[in-house]
Design a protein around this ligand. Structure first.
Ligand code: C5P
Length: 281
């Protein structure tokens, strides 16, 4: 046989692939019920940012993962990493270099978006849910309404304008299962329909993240982030993403967002603060 089963013709088609794993932001996250197996039924408006992690994949005989970049510390380079599990699920082997720019466990899909980027690059997207409830929406990495436990991904009826945001992570990790467990009411109102001609941000301000209060109870610093963002000049909306701890503020222009990011960093140089654009795709 001229080539081993691991290095099949499938691999030779992908000598080196670069993949971008954008930050996932839940502009709203409504918990509308709970299944018998404990998983929660969600309705969430999800957008993607122009900041994220970068991956390079080089096909080879065996799987290896190297993590570098500003948030590499503490990120496993073995099977515990969702990136590794995504490659295994897709039956792909080779070397993956992951450059971490997003704080992990921060409610912005760090691990899920990385795993989705691998599945996009090497195939296997149909198995995304097996890697986590947030992975299916990260596969398309486009503005979407996510529902079910995360497996139903649908485009938004009316497109959102691109949004200028500041993302802030105060460096605390809140475990997603703990946040869901702390949520007392499991049946909350779904996302409201917008009306033609409504200002998107005014409509969005009437939606919610039902996990925000439980997360703030577990990690009070999230309340501090929300208060600080809410006091910034010209801020239109402040909310937490996912199960936290990253929060975002939305602004009308990139200039105001950049100024806001500088203000937050000046007061908290140890926090992760990024101004970015959301929902371009
Ligand atoms: O699917 P994922 O691994 O991201 O979920 C982490 C945890 O969050 C689950 O084990 C579950 O406790 C909780 N979860 C949930 N309902 C969802 C998604 C996640 O209860 N729809």
């Amino acid at each position: 046989m001229s080539c081993s089963t691991k290095r099949g013709p499938r691999h030779s088609r992908w000598p080196m692939i670069k993949a971008f794993a954008p930050a996932k932001i839940n502009l709203s996250l409504h918990v509308v019920g709970q299944r018998a197996d404990g998983y929660h039924l969600l309705e969430s408006l999800v957008v993607f940012a122009d900041v994220g992690d970068t991956l390079w994949l080089t096909a080879g005989d065996s799987l290896a993962l190297t993590v570098e970049g500003p948030f590499a510390e503490g990120v496993p380079e073995d099977r515990r990493n969702l990136v590794w599990q995504a490659a295994e699920l897709a039956g792909w082997t080779g070397h993956i270099r992951l450059e971490k720019h997003l704080p992990h466990g921060g409610g912005i899909g760090g691990g899920s978006s990385d795993a989705a980027a691998v599945l996009r690059a090497v195939g296997g997207a149909d198995q995304a849910l097996a890697l986590g409830a947030d992975v299916p929406v990260c596969i398309a990495a486009r503005t979407a309404i996510m529902s079910g436990i995360g497996e139903v991904v649908a485009p938004l009826a009316r497109p959102l304008p691109p949004l200028h945001a500041v993302l802030v992570n105060p460096g605390v990790h809140v475990a997603t299962p703990d946040v869901f467990k702390s949520l007392t009411c499991k049946e909350n109102p779904p996302i409201e329909d917008g009306t033609e001609g409504d200002d998107a941000l005014d409509w969005l301000a009437c939606q919610r993240n039902d996990l925000q209060i439980p997360a703030m109870t577990l990690a009070p610093v999230i309340g501090q982030v929300i208060a600080l963002l809410g006091a910034l000049p010209e801020v239109r909306l402040v909310r937490m993403s996912g199960s936290g701890s990253t929060c975002f503020g939305l602004f009308d222009t990139p200039e105001v967002a950049q100024r806001a990011a500088c203000d937050v960093l000046e007061q908290h140089p140890d926090w992760w603060v990024k101004s970015c654009m959301l929902g371009r795709a």
